[in-house]
Design a protein around this ligand. Sequence first.
Ligand code: UFG
Length: 344
Amino acid sequence: MKKTVLVSGGAGFIGSHVTVELVQAGYDVLIADNFSNCDETNYKGVCAILGKEMPLVKMDFCDAAAADALFAGHKIDAVIHFAAFKAVGESVEKPLMYYRNNLESFINVLEAAKAHGCHNVLFSSSATVYGEPEKVPVTEESPRQPATSPYGNTKQMCEDILNDTVRSTEGSKEEIRGILLRYFNPIGAHPSALIGELPRGVPNNLVPFITQTAIGRRECLSIFGNDYPTADGTCLRDYIDIVDLAKAHVYAVRRMLEGKMKKGCEVFNVGTGRPVSVLELVNAFEKVNGVKLNWKFAPRRAGDVTAIWADPTLANNELGWKAERSVEQTLAAAWAWEKRLAGK
Ligand code: UFG
């Protein structure tokens, strides 16, 4: 019998790629999304890649009754929860909106899962929980640092909420098992160029800003800070291909559904283990795509950490997953996606 995975926020950037990988790995997927931060482009792209109309429920997980009805009406074996707001700056401006949306939706998912016999919950966390790490690369044992934004705080709080729920249900018939995946910097797009990142307004993140500058939608990329204590003075990050990242979810879901977890709540870093500077990324983009990018150095951006990258050993060993794609392949995919959006 095929297992069914609910993907909340399945029409978004990460959710759409995860849906594709799950279906290709043999799972049934139910997508739920309220389209508050995306249109139907990625949903349609997912259906085109998979060659079928994917089941879709338009709903808001902040609506507890709707969340309950969804779990009551479907046999859901595992849920992957993406549905959340994700803009760091906006969360500083509108903290209550972020706390209400990101916490309430996750609590409703957990309540509904408990009530209707869904025992497996995967939460999309972030490397942001490590703050400015004292030692790099970071392992799952590296300490979490106080969050610097309400967005980051909601990631930490949702980690705690899942941990507490797992602990409180252990051994009961409502038992919840949890996996927290801490993503580093997801970039790129599906090789088909049918799904990818669709930032609203001016992008905050580096790669969409690069591709929009290259296509002519933005005049110039600002590289925030060239006086960091790194080899070339720009920040170091662990950029992970979105398809590689999506595949980590398939391994994690399989581990849960096959009863292979070693404790009730497990944490895995999802990164490559490879630090790349902003300047290196910009140069790689220009080289692999044969385009010249208009960029300039600008002052540091408030809240940026100097350097963070993953030690992905635990995910490599325990999940049997490893990031495979090179930065060049990923940047080529990001550019193909941007060109397709521009109709070029
Ligand atoms: N950067 C630029 N110019 C830009 C955009 C970004 O130079 O126009 C630089 C940043 O200063 C940083 C690097 O590119 O050094 C990466 O920035 P992103 O915004 O793409 O990603 P972050 O590392 O800031 O974001 C990550 C996660 C978020 C998380 C955040 C917390 O992707 O989910 O860390 O700070 F919230």
